[in-house]
Design a protein around this ligand. Structure first.
Ligand SMILES: Cc1cc2nc3c(=O)[nH]c(=O)nc-3n(C[C@H](O)[C@H](O)[C@H](O)COP(=O)(O)OP(=O)(O)OC[C@H]3O[C@@H](n4cnc5c(N)ncnc54)[C@H](O)[C@@H]3O)c2cc1C
Length: 405
């Protein structure tokens, strides 16, 4: 008889895990997926495209309903899991139902942070995480509401770009002196800012939110330097917090995320966690690629094969507000490193390659990211680059013409 395996969360990590299990452990488990969102798992990354009107919401589903049926998965979506009874090996869901499990996987993702400032509870303050948020933001844009987006990282930029493209007057405010400061150096961030401004978004840097004004609804946002921006809505895009409550309440060890070992097992035998809710070797990843790598390892482990997750080398390779952006490794350039830089601000291209000890150790690209994966491979493999150093900046086909042909 198949072993009951229950997955909590119907997001990107859960869908990839079922995909991997369907390949490697077909028939071994009777799988049930319990998901809070009222729709089939979808590609969350593409919510930005839905907001920008470039993709239809129904086109972002990861798998159609009959695929889940054919895999023999029992899907309960629009359904919130409330409690894990570790001893009785039961998961409780919101309408008092319980599901027995032999193995349990937590794939509960994250929740957007709301800044702890006066007025944060007013009507008109929103976040950007799921398809219901996108529906709401599109309504704001259709009504030409004045929107302030708080946070100049990937999510804030995507929200601001999508809203501006959909017709809303948008101001993006960011605490730091440059956008995406964890992924970009100053010239790259400056170029990104000017490209984003060309798309109709007003960007304010060094902008610390002091409070949100309004009687019952948002009327304005005030910065700590006294600046005031009139607004009908505020979108918080200032970070995420892993969803750990289910695990924590069950006595399973959590730090920032749910603590897992190299087979993604939590402190409770037979209970696993992966994706944004998991913390592995002290790191909670906020990107899709690590979640997919974890899904591969966990599926192998659940299939009874040897597997170990040793962490992910993450690179940023994104289209931000319609602008291609890539960074990896030591892109700031630590002491003793050298940098080769190409900066064409009016052409919309910036490239920086950081070299240390005759090897490529970091890169930042804005605009032209055609060779991003090649640079990433050079960084990961740490190959000597003396032979290609002069032409490397101009891409693989010039640096390695014979090989690329
Ligand atoms: C707009 C946007 C753009 C992004 N762009 C990028 C990008 O370009 N590149 C990139 O790498 N990453 C991007 N990300 C991040 C990426 O989407 C996440 O890293 C990824 O979705 C994580 O997958 P996950 O399965 O861990 O979490 P999620 O996809 O969030 O899935 C978790 C699911 O669990 C459900 N859940 C939570 N608690 C419970 C419960 N108690 N009971 C039942 N269900 C529950 C949630 O409702 C949710 O559906 C973006 C995210 C957003 C929001």
């Amino acid at each position: 008889m198949s072993e009951p395996l229950v997955i909590v969360g119907n997001g990107m990590a859960a869908a990839r895990l079922v995909d991997e299990l369907a390949k490697s452990a077909l028939g071994r488990y009777a799988i049930a997926v319990i998901g809070a969102e009222p729709r089939l798992a979808y590609n969350r990354v593409l919510l930005s495209s839905v907001l920008a009107g470039e993709t239809a919401s129904h086109d972002i589903e990861l798998r159609p309903a009959d695929w889940w049926r054919d895999c023999g998965v029992t899907l309960k979506y629009g359904c919130f899991a409330t409690e894990i009874d570790v001893g009785r090996r039961e998961l409780k869901i919101e309408n008092d139902e319980s599901i027995a499990f032999s193995k349990l996987v937590l794939a509960t993702g994250s929740t957007p942070l709301r800044l702890n400032v006066p007025g944060a509870e007013l009507a008109g303050v929103h976040t950007f995480r799921d398809s219901r948020d996108v529906d709401l933001l599109l309504t704001l844009a259709a009504q030409k509401k004045r929107v302030v987006v708080v946070g100049g990282g990937l999510l804030g930029l995507e929200a601001a770009y999508g809203l501006a493209k959909a017709g809303a007057p948008v101001t993006l405010i960011h605490l730091m002196d440059r956008l995406m400061e964890r992924q970009l150096d100053a010239p790259a961030a400056e170029l990104l800012k000017s490209l984003v401004e060309r798309k109709g978004v007003k960007v304010l840097l060094n902008a610390n939110t002091a409070c949100i004004h309004g009687e019952t609804r948002v009327e304005a946002i005030e910065l700590s330097d006294g600046r005031r921006i009139d607004a009908d809505a505020v979108i918080f895009a200032a970070g995420i917090r892993p969803n750990v409550a289910l695990a924590k309440d069950a006595g399973i060890s959590v730090n920032r995320g749910i603590v897992v070992d190299d087979v993604l097992q939590t402190g409770a035998p037979g209970i696993f966690a992966l994706g944004e809710c998991a913390e592995h070797r002290g790191i909670c990843y906020g990107l899709v690629e690590p979640a997919y790598e974890q899904a591969r390892v966990l599926a192998r482990h659940l299939a009874g094969r040897a597997a170990a997750y040793e962490g992910s080398v993450v690179a940023t390779n994104l289209k931000v507000s319609g602008v291609s952006v890539f960074s990896a490794g030591d892109f700031m350039g630590a002491e003793g490193t050298e940098a080769i830089v190409l900066n064409d601000a009016s052409g919309g291209t910036y490239k920086k390659l950081v070299i240390s000890g005759g090897r490529l150790t970091g890169a930042v690209l804005v605009g032209d990211v055609g060779d991003a994966l090649w640079y990433l491979e050079l960084i990961r493999k740490q190959q000597p680059i003396a032979r290609i150093r002069t032409d490397m900046m101009f891409g693989r086909s010039l640096a390695l013409p014979a090989e690329a042909a």
